[in-house]
Ligand binder design. Sequence first.
Ligand code: NAP
Length: 179
Amino acid sequence: MTSRFGGRTAIITGASRGIGLAVAQRLVSEGARVCVTARKPEPLKEAVEALGGPEHAIGIPGRAHDPEHQDAAIAATVDAFGGVDLLVNNTGINPVYGRMVDLDLDAARKIFEVNVLSAISWVQRVYRAGMAEHGGAIVNVSSVAGTKPAPESASMAPVRPCSATSPRNSRSNWAPGSV
Ligand SMILES: NC(=O)c1ccc[n+]([C@@H]2O[C@H](COP(=O)([O-])OP(=O)(O)OC[C@H]3O[C@@H](n4cnc5c(N)ncnc54)[C@H](OP(=O)(O)O)[C@@H]3O)[C@@H](O)[C@H]2O)c1
């Protein structure tokens, strides 16, 4: 274990498996303490165990785009570990494939809610929870489909660039420049 992230605390959303869990494992291996989230409580408990138990990780179940869940996860992280230094907005859904001209707009609204608006809401909340004062780092996981054509998932084309570029666009908001 290295201490690159020693004394730092991270929230990683959508992290009971896959890329989110791998990010959490790496951060813990480099000294961070983490809060991982996902909808299903049981896999989340298993993820916390895999991350080394409550000394290193807590798991808060909920839907990533639910503001009450966001507040609960941030409050639990501050309570357990003293603050939030890193946010990894990893949750992303991709329930529809196919051509954009065939896209069900109700599905598109849900995708925007979970993949884009939710990520913005998490950013706002960690900012208000302390990053505005002590700085920190935010990573929004997107997809290569946001930067180049992906014909098989063309219905996602309007969403991916938003989740890829919104952090870049919001950099100017991060006075005094430490986020
Ligand atoms: N894997 C790829 O090839 C690939 C390619 C391009 C982009 N990405 C992006 O990378 C990120 C991670 O992908 P992945 O393949 O690692 O995903 P994954 O293996 O399917 O894992 C998804 C994680 O997110 C949780 N989750 C799903 N929906 C959620 C919701 N609404 N609220 C809270 N948690 C939720 C899942 O747990 P529960 O089911 O219990 O909620 C699980 O922990 C996503 O943003 C994805 O779009 C992945």
